[in-house]
Each structure stands twice: as C-alpha cells, then as structure tokens.
Design a protein around this ligand. Structure first.
Ligand code: NI
Length: 245
C-alpha cells in the first residue's frame, strides 16, 4: 500500500523538540474495525512464547497486562495495512530513508483490572552493545483516554541517556525507570481510534491502569535505522540474561 500521510514541518519539529508527537488519524475507521477483529482473535489463541506478561497476575489470578510479540506471524494480514504504510512513511520522515521495521507488538489492557505500564524508556529493553535510533508508533483501536490507559510522556526526555531501570516484578517482563516522574512533568495524550502517538526510543512514557469498561487495545509498530555496534557495551544490569544471546 502507498502512504496517504505526510507530516508537516511543524509536526517534525515538534517531534524533535518533545520526543513525541500525536497524529489524529493514521488509518481509516474501516481498517480500525478490521484490525480490532484481528487483534481480538490473536488474544484468544495460543501463540506460545510470543505471549508475555508485562505485569503480574492479580489477586484473582487474572492477567493484567498481556502482550503479543510479532503479531504478524499469526496474522499476516497485519503486514499490508494502510496504518503500516503510513507509520513507515512517518518513521522515514523522522529518522531518515534508511529506516526499517523493527518489530511489532500488541498490548491488551483488560477492562477494570488492566495494570499500569510503568514509566520507562524503550531503549532500556534493547541490546546494550549497540547505538540505537528508533521510534514506536502506538495506535489504539478504541478511544484512548487517561482513564483507559492512554499514553503519557515527559517532553524533552528523549535527550536523556538511558536511565537506570528495574523489573517491576520478578514474574513479569516490564521495566520501570528507577527515578519517579512527577505528575506535573507528564503530558497525557488522548487519542481517537486509529490515531497514534509516535515516540523516540529514549522518551520516558507511561500508560495508566484501565478503569474503563472496554479492553484497551494498543497496536505498536517499531521502526529503527540499522543499529551500530558500540566499542564498549553499556551495562544494562536490569535486563534478564536471556533477553540477548
Ligand atoms: Ni514502551
């Protein structure tokens, strides 16, 4: 598919200034409806190790933050969407023509008991032996508001180095930045279905618990320029040894 979107210079400048950007419409309502069906089907089937728990189960044994890695392996139709064509076009505008896909995932926040996604920088999960430049395009498939767990960002935090993180729970996979973020430093970004936020891999971000009556479905597309090996590997002591071979 061909892209149908192009960021204005103002939007490009805002991304580089703030480390994030909101776009009201990445794709059509018709495609969002199709994607919701694909998404719900994915979460109702067994995808083995590609399903990870980002947060621990609750007191009643319910999942609170399930994630599916590489969802296109199970639903190849996800490879050919208007949303993806537009997200790639945006990524190339922001990071340059070398930019390629760098992995997708889907995060589901169950209604009523979906856990918060802790404050973190995505690069804290990545290989510490490389120089990275990447973005994530985060698209909700229903309205996203603070009460349902829309994205929140700290403007300008993409200029920070990777800060120390820790695992939030020994049984879960989510990392949290050690230093707490003050409420007044955070900007919440509500979105309509099929809109998106775009954030840099060092931008501190968070999404609250889902207190709404509907699952908070988010589809996330990653893009990066080829990573360059560093002369000296950084020490990301918070990572699980099995994350990188
Ligand atoms: Ni993240």
């Amino acid at each position: 598919m061909k892209p149908t979107i192009r960021l204005s210079q103002e939007q490009v400048d805002a991304f580089h200034r703030d480390g994030f950007l909101a776009v009201e419409s990445l794709t059509s309502p018709a495609e969002v409806a199709v994607l919701r069906e694909v998404y719900d089907r994915l979460f109702s089937r067994d995808v083995g190790e590609d399903r990870l728990e980002l947060a621990a189960v609750d007191d009643e044994g319910r999942e609170t933050l399930p994630q599916i890695m590489n969802p296109e392996k199970y639903a190849p139709e996800l490879d050919d969407t208007q949303a993806r064509a537009n997200a790639l076009a945006i990524a190339r505008q922001l990071l340059g023509p070398e930019t390629e896909r760098a992995g997708d995932h889907a995060i589901m926040k169950p209604p009523g008991h979906g856990a918060p996604t802790p404050w973190h920088q995505d690069e804290a999960y990545w290989h510490p032996g490389y120089e990275h430049a990447g973005i994530s395009v985060w698209m909700p498939l229903q309205p996203a508001v603070p009460e349902s767990g829309c994205m929140q960002f700290v403007p300008g935090s993409h200029r920070l180095p990777v800060v120390p993180h820790h695992l939030i729970d020994p049984d879960a996979h989510a990392l949290e930045a050690d230093d707490p973020v003050a409420d007044e430093d955070a900007v919440a970004v509500p979105l309509p279905p099929g809109g998106c936020t775009i954030h840099h891999c060092r931008t501190l971000h968070y999404a609250g618990a889902n207190r709404s009556a509907e699952p908070r479905r988010a589809y996330i597309m990653g893009f990066s320029v080829p990573a360059q090996p560093l002369a000296e590997r950084r020490d990301y002591y918070w990572q699980r040894p099995e994350w990188h071979d």
